[in-house]
Design a protein around this ligand. Sequence first.
Ligand SMILES: CC(C)(COP(=O)(O)OP(=O)(O)OC[C@H]1O[C@@H](n2cnc3c(N)ncnc32)[C@H](O)[C@@H]1OP(=O)(O)O)[C@@H](O)C(=O)NCCC(=O)NCCS
Length: 227
Amino acid sequence: MPRDFTDFEFNFLTSDDSEEIIKFLDEQLAPRVPLIKATGETSASLLGKIYMRDVLNCLESGLSFAARHKTTKTIAGVALSEIFSLEETLKVAAMKNTSKMNQILGKLYDNITHFDGVDAQGMLHLYVLCTHQDYANLGLGSCLFQKTLELGKERGFQAMNVEAANSLTARIGDRFEFETLAMVDLTTLEEEFGINTSIIPGETIIKLMMKRFPGNISISNTSPQSH
Ligand SMILES: CC(C)(COP(=O)(O)OP(=O)(O)OC[C@H]1O[C@@H](n2cnc3c(N)ncnc32)[C@H](O)[C@@H]1OP(=O)(O)O)[C@@H](O)C(=O)NCCC(=O)NCCS
């Protein structure tokens, strides 16, 4: 860190890219995310559920981008983001036919009713951070994370959050001074969800991490004070 990324171009994604992105996530995300491995879910099973809608939302949000190799145009990594809705996250987590992944991620919000100083549209949610295995550990994940952070600030969001389902993402979040708001220990959910954490040693903690952008003022914070 930092590495030289002159071989890469960073482009915003749209719904026109959905086929390519779904293929990339099929190959590079689902088989590697510890949480998904432990649940035994697959990209195909997830895509039949709410995950597909979420990926499309991210592509349509104007907040998602990919790093492509300049010569081959192949995708080296993606950061897919959307506007966060606590209400929607809790609704999805409570759905009977949703994925184990969504139900478990929903547990991160068990004790959260709101985020102080963050409006309904004020939180940028980094939904997927994924780099191609061929480009792992070169700083690209951190670079995509940082670009999302900068985009969030520029677009006037008050905060950014990420559900770190991987210790490396949590490490990146720590480095960019994200606070950890909640944690779920997957070993405590083995029975409830029928998950196998023995195949993800050292990767059993999931964290909800958030960073505020102090310069970006919440509308709800701008009303006159009563005293
Ligand atoms: C998580 C992920 C995006 C990180 O991408 P990356 O391009 O390797 O990230 P970076 O090169 O910026 O490395 C980030 C940190 O992880 C460390 N790291 C990366 N790969 C590592 C490895 N194989 N072994 C040990 N440390 C590693 C880096 O040293 C760096 O640590 P630092 O912050 O202390 O310097 C990537 O591993 C990935 O796509 N994983 C599969 C999908 C996934 O789980 N996504 C996250 C879901 S929330």
